[in-house]
Ligand binder design. Sequence first.
Ligand code: NAG
Ligand code: NAG
Ligand code: NAG
Length: 409
Amino acid sequence: MFSSTTYRGVNTGLLIFLILTGTTLECGPGRGAGRRKRPGKLIPLVFKQHVPNVSENTLGASGVAEGRITRNDPKFKQLVRNENPHIIFKDEEGNGSDRIMSKRCKDKLNTLAVRVMNTWPGVKLLVTEAWDEEGHHAKDSLHYEGRAVDITTSDRDRTKYGMLSRLAVEAGFDWVYYESRGHIHCSVKSESSAAIKIGGCFSGTGSVTTETEGQIPISELKVGQKVLSMTNEGKLDFSEVISFLDRDEMRHGVFYKLVTVERTITLTEKHLIYTSNINNSAIDSYKAIYADRVQIGQYVLIAEHLALKPSKIIDIRIIKQKGVFAPLTTQGTIIVDGVAASCYAVVNSINIAHSVFAPVRALHSLSKYISVLSWTFSDTSPTNGVHWYADLLYNIGTLLLNKDMLYVA
Ligand SMILES: *[C@@H]1O[C@H](CO)[C@@H](O)[C@H](O)[C@H]1NC(C)=O
Ligand SMILES: *[C@@H]1O[C@H](CO)[C@@H](O)[C@H](O)[C@H]1NC(C)=O
Ligand SMILES: *[C@@H]1O[C@H](CO)[C@@H](O)[C@H](O)[C@H]1NC(C)=O
C-alpha cells in the first residue's frame, strides 16, 4: 500500500529537487539535434563549466549511475560499437573498448563529429576514453556504462576546447563538462531513463480549437488559453492550458499517423489515445492506449457538431516530422486534429496520470494568487524541453505500476 501521506512526502521532496535542479528533459526517443540551438550565437564554455549547471547524476543531467557493465554482463549486448570514420579513437587499451558505448551516446557523438568538421575544416573529433572495463574512473563513473566519453579535437588545440564543449551541448549530450585542460567530458542519460521514454507529444502540424481564436496550429497554443477537450463524461468542453510538458519547434520526432474515415491525428508512440473495439460513442467502451498499440479497425472519438462520435481507423503510418508539442490541460484531455487524446504519455492509465498531475493543477490554481509560484506555471513564452513534472509523473507512475501499489487520490 502506498498511502497518500507517503506519496505527498515523496512528491514534495522531488518537487523541490526538480525546481532546484531546473530539469529540462526531452520528449520522444531523444533523436534529433538535442538541446537549444541558436545558430551563430554559440558561446564557448569556460574551464570547469558544465552544462546543464547541475551535477552529472541528477535527473536534469545524465541521471544516476545504474551499475557497471562488464563484458560478460547481459547488458553488454545493449552497447554498440562506433565505427564512424570521421571520429578518431585513441584506443589506449588496444582492443577497441573506446569504440564501445550506449546507443544514445553513439548518436550524440556522431552528431558532434559532423559539427566539429563543419566548424574547423580538416579537424576531427578525437575520443580519448569511452567505455571503461578496467576501473580507471571514480566509483560511479558513467564510463563504466558506456554513457560517457572524453573528447578533444584531433589537433589537440586547447583554444578550441571551450567551443568544442558548446558543440557537444548542441549535439545533445545530456551533460557536458570542460573538465580538464586536456579533455571535455560528455555523458548521456541511460536508454531506460524516464526522459528518454517519456515520448508523449503531438506533431507541430496538429491543430487545436481554442475558445477565443477558433482553430489554430498547436504550435501557436499558449498557456492560459482555453482549448477544446473531452470531459470525464465524454462531452466536449473548453479546458485551460496550464503548462507544456514538452515543446520544441525545431526537434524532429517519429510519429504515428492514425488515419480515420474522417480525420487524421499524428502523435508519438507512447502517447495515450482513446480507442474502442466497437462502433459506439459510449465513453465507457473507450480505453486510453499507447498510439503504437492502436490497430486498424478500432475506433477513436472525433469532434463533430459539438459532440463526440466514433470514427474508424483505416490506416496507420509512421512518419518523421519537425516540432513536438505536449500541452497539459486542467481536464487532462485535448482534442487535436478533431480527435480526442490524453495530454499524458507513458503511464498507461489516465486516472493515475491525472491523479499524479493533480498537484500541478492545484499549484496552477494557486499560482494565480501567489506570485512566487507563477513563474513556474505562467510561461506565456514557453521554454523548450519536457516539463520537469513529466519526469516526476513517470517516476511515480512507474513506481505505482511496478510495485502494484494503490494510489489513494
Ligand atoms: C552554476 O550554479 C552555481 C551555483 O548554483 C552558480 O554559482 C554559478 O554561477 C552557475 N554558473 C553558471 C555559468 O550559470
Ligand atoms: C582490453 O585491454 C585492457 C588493457 O590492456 C585489458 O585490461 C582488458 O582486459 C582488455 N579486454 C579484452 C576483452 O581483451
Ligand atoms: C458506426 O455506427 C454509425 C451509427 O450507427 C453508422 O452510421 C456508421 O456507418 C458506423 N460506422 C461503421 C464504420 O460501421
